[in-house]
Design a protein around this ligand. Sequence first.
Ligand SMILES: Nc1nc2c(ncn2[C@@H]2O[C@H](COP(=O)(O)OP(=O)(O)O)[C@@H](O)[C@H]2O)c(=O)[nH]1
Ligand SMILES: [Mg+2]
Length: 257
Amino acid sequence: MKPCVLIPSYNSGPLLRKTVAGVLEVWDDVFVVIDGSTDGSADGLEDLAEGAGTRLRVHRLEVNQGKGSAILKGISLAADEGFTHALAMDADGQHPASHVRNFMEAGRKFPEALVLGEPVFDEFAPALRVNGRKVSNWWANLETLWWGIHDSLFGMRLYPIEPLKKVFSQTGFARRFDFDPEVAVRLCWAGVPVVNLKTPVKYLRADEGGVSQFRYFRDNTLLTFMHMRLFFGFLIRLPVLVFRKKNRLDGKAAADV
Ligand SMILES: Nc1nc2c(ncn2[C@@H]2O[C@H](COP(=O)(O)OP(=O)(O)O)[C@@H](O)[C@H]2O)c(=O)[nH]1
Ligand SMILES: [Mg+2]
């Protein structure tokens, strides 16, 4: 198992630099994919690599393609260098660098598994985000017959690269904000076990530099269509999912940590 950290970024502001610097303190191999950012947040990012040797790779996409596309690019680059696992983290300081090692340890214990972060919210988390995700989680659990997904939307996750590449090759979707839930569901369909790892998440205020590219109407519409598509995929796979469930071949084989 050879894991790296992968940070997709689109207009993340000054927090990008802080996030990457924080991750480099705890992990050696970091890929950042700048997805057509126009806010200058990626300027001079390579300077961070000077102290860090050759460990930081910054890849720039000319035109914004979406989070899923940026992750796909990142895992392809990582696989070319022989990495087997990629820990996806948000660029905007919401995910704790202090938990990187927990994910890598869980991955070492369960190298075949998808290690999903399960958000632990503080009192500043917007209620709309805390409660809104329950809808997506319910659908994701139905679509996988409760294979073990605790949170379908949280972006800090350790992916086994090969199965994730395969999932991308099976769908033309999952390239934007539909990425996180769709690949989680599809990896479950592919029989990948799931480990859930409790992870604190911070929602930063705008005056702290907090930025979000999530647009409630646009992206909730995207997620609704995604679950409609996945629901049909679920119906087709129902016999297999029921068989696995009956024979206890479900994803909870790997204990949650
Ligand atoms: N590559 C890429 N990353 C994106 C895009 N939109 C958002 N992201 C990244 O995905 C992560 C989560 O997005 P964010 O806007 O913070 O959404 P939120 O945390 O759900 O409010 C951050 O690291 C963003 O930089 C995009 O169009 N392309
Ligand atoms: Mg964010």
